[in-house]
Design a protein around this ligand. Structure first.
Ligand code: G6Q
Length: 541
């Protein structure tokens, strides 16, 4: 039986009929306490959710829904290391990656926290060696370029966080990310670099991912082309993986393997050794400060009552729009240039976790699940897609994220940035009426075009500054939001079977392309035609 057959869902549906008619402008006018009631602070991270199309009753009913879905028990199960990722038979313990050294979390009778800290210590030692110039390449030169080769969960987290914390980075180190199997990605990354000053981090949980292994082999060939001697590989390649056998088969020194565990999902792995490139960039102290931010949010999520629980509130608001207002998408709009990859990071985090139509019982769901997540840093988006947010026919709930202090306090830039940040949520919520336009004497024919109906919901997240700690808080906030929604929609948020079919078809098609003859390919007429066209026009290698 789906969640929609429960009492809370039914009550929410009836309540929606009433709330759908309400205007934010009226709700603010009617309730002077509204901003205060619908806001919450957690260790410096402030959430204002007053500009949502909700009443106090909406929140009560949504909390009732969370309780009906037995969210508190689900949270305990995850933190306790129960094997909640049932389709893969695994625990989901990314929270253990940021647990303090003094804590103990057992999985199958073994404490995982001590394992986590042992790897963190190894990472710190390695990072400091690279940063200080003690790690020498094959010709005795220190490392100047670090290239992470990985894809998906082994790329998006460290690349997003390196960008987010760029001001904390050691600027004489050039950190790059190569993910795409398109050789242009690799070719551009190594353009002009000297191999004897370049270190590759091959980052792959399974060490079987075709894109990553293809890039890693190309990197090895590129290195040996310059350095010739096969022994150079040990000085210029390290690996992050759970698959030590395959890493060694590749030729990487077992001393240079940073392990992690199958209870860490790829898209939840930034705090594991998958964050190695980030630690090299910002140093272990900043990395650990980020882990503290993650842990602070983990503890808040684990212990705060649901009605004062930031990830839970964001999740429930998302469900309110997704399932009752029929919103199809959710925008993440950070007003901080360093967070420009944050929307893409949570595009994977959210869509790979909750983009599922089969529920935990194996039946098709009967309610909408994960939204399409997208976004871009402000103010750039304002000059691109905000037109649709303000006057389009679709409802796009959005999160605005901003900071009181800039890392680059130059002239009046930051006040201008933040003026836009505040203006946008205000415009979205309250719009501009045709009456106001008429009063201003706007040409009658233009009034409809210039009218903003408003009533478009947003959340606003603010903190003092984008520090490593705050970044950790923010990431954990969204992780737990996704978890909460998955519990309510009753889907398995920690598997990703939907990426498998394309991968296996590509293997077959690749063989046909290699043979140069597509006639035996078991593909449809359209694909056959496209393959033929490709084969007849591609250059032979
Ligand atoms: C994330 C996914 C996926 C994964 C990549 C890379 O949750 O599992 O994005 O991270 O496919 O996998 P490897 O790390 O095993 O190369």
């Amino acid at each position: 039986m789906g969640i929609e057959t429960g009492v809370a869902w039914r009550e929410l549906r009836a309540h929606f009929e009433h709330v759908a008619e309400l205007q934010l402008s009226q709700m603010f006018a009617d309730d002077p306490q509204r901003a205060e009631v619908f806001s919450l602070e957690e260790q410096g991270l402030f959430l204002d959710y007053a500009k949502n199309r909700i009443t106090r009753e909406s929140i009560d009913l949504l909390i009732k829904l969370a309780n009906e879905a037995e969210l508190p028990a689900a949270i305990s199960d995850m933190f306790a290391g129960k094997k909640i990722n049932k389709t893969e038979g695994r625990a989901v313990l990314h929270t253990a990656l940021r647990a303090p050294k003094s804590s103990r979390i057992e999985l199958d009778g073994v404490d995982v926290v001590s394992q986590v800290h042992a790897v963190l210590d190894n990472m710190a030692e390695f990072s400091e060696a690279v940063r200080s110039g003690q790690w020498l390449g094959f010709t005795g030169k220190p490392v100047r370029n670090v290239i992470n080769i990985g894809i998906g969960g082994s790329d998006l987290g460290p690349s997003m966080a390196c960008e987010a914390l760029r001001t904390y980075s050691q600027r004489n180190l050039n950190i790059q990310f190569v993910s795409n199997v398109d050789a242009s990605d690799f070719a551009e990354a190594v353009q002009g670099l000297n191999a004897d000053e370049t270190l590759f981090i091959v980052c792959s949980k399974t060490f079987t991912t075709d894109e990553t292994l293809t890039n890693a082999r190309t990197a090895r060939a590129w290195l040996l082309d310059q350095l010739v001697d096969g022994d150079a590989v040990a000085k210029h390649f390290v690996a992050v993986s759970t698959n030590t056998d395959e890493v060694q088969a590749f030729g990487i020194d077992p001393q240079n393997i940073f392990g992690f565990w199958d209870w860490v999902g790829g898209r939840y792995s930034l705090c594991s050794s998958v964050g190695l490139a980030l630690m090299v960039s910002v140093g272990s102290t900043n990395f650990r400060a980020m882990l503290s931010g993650f842990h602070a949010m983990d503890e808040h999520f684990r212990t705060a009552p649901l009605e004062k629980n930031m990830p839970v509130l964001l999740a429930l608001l998302g469900i309110w729009y997704n399932n009752f207002f029929a919103a199809e998408t959710h925008a993440i709009l950070p007003y901080d240039h360093y967070l420009k990859l944050f929307p893409a990071y949570f595009q994977q985090g959210d869509m790979e976790s909750n983009g599922k139509y089969i529920d935990k019982s194996g039946a098709a769901v009967t309610v909408q699940t994960g939204p399409i997540v997208w976004g871009q840093a402000g103010t750039n988006g304002q000059h691109a897609f905000y037109q649709l947010l303000h006057q389009g026919t679709k409802l796009v709930p959005a999160d605005f994220i901003g900071f009181a202090q800039s890392h680059n306090p130059i002239a009046d830039h930051h006040d201008k940035l933040m003026a836009n940040f505040f203006a946008q949520t205000q415009a979205l919520a309250f719009g501009k009426s045709s009456q106001a336009l008429a009063d201003e004497g706007v040409d009658e024919a233009l009034v409809p075009h210039k009218t903003f109906v408003g009533n478009r919901p947003t959340n606003t997240l603010m903190a003092e500054k984008l520090t490593p700690f705050v970044l950790g808080q923010l990431i954990a906030l969204y992780e737990h939001k996704i978890f909460t929604q998955g519990v309510i929609w009753n889907v398995f948020s920690f598997d990703q079977w939907g990426v498998e079919l394309g991968k296996s078809l590509a293997v077959e098609i690749f063989q046909q392309l290699e043979s140069g003859d597509a006639s035996k390919a078991k593909v449809d007429a359209s694909t056959a035609q496209l393959m033929d066209r490709y084969l007849s026009t591609r250059k032979s290698r």
